[in-house]
Design a protein. Structure first.
Length: 43
């Protein structure tokens, strides 16, 4: 029973970490993409 509880909580933590990583990657990707567009648009 405790093992199943631990597995469920670890899955929840992993899901939250994945969501945070995805959000961080999206923000970072948007910032890098915006900077690239700006750098190429203003030589």
């Amino acid at each position: 029973m405790r093992w199943i509880d631990w597995k469920a909580s670890s899955q929840r933590i992993a899901g939250r970490m994945l969501l945070l990583a995805l959000l961080g990657g999206l923000i970072l990707g948007g910032a890098v993409g915006g900077w690239l567009v700006w750098a190429l648009g203003h030589p």
